[in-house]
Design a protein around this ligand. Structure first.
Ligand code: SF4
Length: 64
């Protein structure tokens, strides 16, 4: 799976970092960074939570 963030939608709430800190990290300016663009399957559940609870629906999982 591959993580894609729509940076126009992201408002830096940081929920994603709380759900999947292995994958998402906010920098000092409140911009989200993707630490693992292709996270391993064992992180799927966490990533799915981050997708679900992102307030602006800015995160997408692309398969393949
Ligand atoms: S939860 Fe969504 S809006 Fe908040 S930082 Fe993550 S991607 Fe951006």
């Amino acid at each position: 799976m591959k993580i894609v963030i729509d940076y126009d939608m992201c408002q830096g709430h940081g929920n994603c970092e709380g759900d999947a800190p292995e994958v998402f990290q906010l920098d000092d300016d409140g911009n989200v960074q993707i630490l693992l663009e292709n996270p391993p399957e064992e992180l799927r559940r966490k990533v799915e939570l981050a997708v679900k609870y992102c307030p602006t629906r800015a995160i997408k999982i692309v398969e393949g």
